[in-house]
Design a protein around this ligand. Structure first.
Ligand code: HEC
Ligand code: HEC
Ligand code: HEC
Ligand code: HEC
Ligand code: HEC
Ligand code: HEC
Length: 214
């Protein structure tokens, strides 16, 4: 019994190894082909080409992130959002991407293995964030709270109204950031994204917790 299992396992490992080696051989060629077809229309792409570090297994079109990279080459959706008036990004159209995406070390790491012409760019921030400090360098928190003092976007099913920029203070609310409510590159309006955020905890659309259960 034990023998049989381990033999089955062993043949799986052998098959997996063969497949892996075959894949590696294939991947090894693909980027070079791509770099050939890209030389024409993506001159700037080649400027960021990593040619001084020979340790990248995939060779060819490795990419090292820097604040000066041509972001739009891979992130066309986010670049386009700066021209779309439905997106908050359009209020920030003259800002370089890296003004907000300022976690340089985090972004270099997040882009490890990214390739030119990749059709699989990010759909959300996974390992990096955009800190409140970035937003607050231009937007004053106290001023915002005054501006939205009469705002009724955050009204629960019992009619309790909360100022989005002056939430009641408690441990759970302390984790709230500007980007909990404000999306930059999405066309979903802030009244939707903000109420969705509250409901992620206030699951009955009532702004309290211990009134129904402990
Ligand atoms: C060569 C293509 C390419 C270029 C150029 C590029 N990116 Fe990316 N970027 C990617 C890919 C692919 C991912 C997704 C990585 C993943 O999900 O593993 C990504 C992810 C990201 C993320 C999400 C990070 C996270 O928290 O998960 C941000 C933000 C980002 N890029 C910003 C930028 C900015 C700003 C620039 C220009 C300064 C830029 N990128 C240039 C390909 C690129
Ligand atoms: C370099 C300065 C700067 C930075 C950084 C910045 N903003 Fe802005 N933002 C502006 C300016 C200027 C406007 C347009 C004028 C205004 O409404 O204040 C604006 C507009 C907005 C608006 C739209 C206001 C409206 O009337 O529709 C929102 C929401 C906003 N910013 C949120 C943010 C958030 C969230 C961040 C951080 C992720 C951020 N901003 C970072 C300068 C900045
Ligand atoms: C709890 C959700 C929430 C958070 C957190 C939040 N906002 Fe807002 N913000 C809103 C809503 C909702 C509005 C729209 C108010 C309205 O239209 O009545 C708004 C409006 C704004 C505006 C436009 C104000 C105006 O009327 O000119 C700016 C700028 C802004 N927010 C920036 C920020 C920044 C910067 C932060 C972080 C310091 C932040 N917000 C945090 C929900 C939020
Ligand atoms: C004003 C600040 C700001 C600027 C400028 C900005 N971003 Fe973002 N970006 C954000 C925030 C905040 C998020 C979090 C998700 C969201 O809000 O949509 C984000 C999310 C992202 C993501 C994750 C995927 C997604 O769409 O959510 C990528 C990739 C990205 N930004 C790339 C870019 C690129 C490329 C540019 C320049 C063309 C840019 N950003 C300009 C604030 C900014
Ligand atoms: C991460 C979970 C979480 C999120 C997200 C959250 N809350 Fe809460 N909220 C709580 C908890 C837990 C309490 C109860 C805290 C207590 O009584 O000590 C609470 C209490 C409250 C209270 C009652 C405060 C008081 O002192 O009576 C209000 C009002 C409220 N939340 C509004 C909101 C609004 C509006 C949002 C969305 C902008 C929101 N909350 C988002 C967890 C959350
Ligand atoms: C209007 C009444 C009401 C309010 C207010 C309310 N809940 Fe609930 N909650 C319920 C009901 C009903 C259930 C499902 C039945 C149950 O498990 O008691 C539930 C279930 C839950 C559960 C799952 C419990 C389990 O054992 O599966 C969690 C966790 C929870 N609530 C957390 C919260 C938090 C956190 C808040 C405040 C942010 C909150 N609830 C506010 C009514 C409420």
């Amino acid at each position: 019994m034990v023998n049989k299992v381990s033999r089955t396992k062993m043949s799986c490992i052998i098959v997996a190894t063969v497949v892996l080696v075959a894949c590696l051989a294939f991947v090894g060629c693909a980027p070079q082909e791509r770099s050939l077809s890209e030389t024409g229309d993506n001159a700037s792409a080649n400027a960021s080409k990593q040619d001084d570090q020979g340790d990248d297994a995939s060779q060819g079109v490795a990419f090292t992130w820097s604040a000066e990279s041509d972001c739009a080459m891979c992130h066309d959706k986010e670049a386009a959002s700066q021209q779309d008036s439905a997106c908050t990004a359009s209020q920030h159209a003259d800002l370089a991407c890296a003004t907000c995406h300022a976690d340089e070390a985090g972004l270099v790491a997040a882009h490890e293995g990214a390739q030119m012409g990749s059709d699989k760019a990010a759909s959300a921030l996974v390992t990096t964030s955009v800190d409140d400090a970035v937003c607050q360098s231009c937007h004053d928190q106290a001023e915002l709270a005054t501006k939205t003092a009469e705002c009724t976007v955050l009204t629960d099913s019992e009619g309790t109204v909360v100022n989005p920029h002056a939430l009641p203070e408690n441990e759970d609310h302390a984790a709230t950031e500007c980007i909990s409510c404000h999306k930059m590159h999405s066309t979903t309006a802030v009244d939707k994204t903000a109420t969705r955020y509250c409901k992620s905890c206030h699951h009955t659309d009532v702004y309290s917790c211990y009134t129904c259960h402990a």
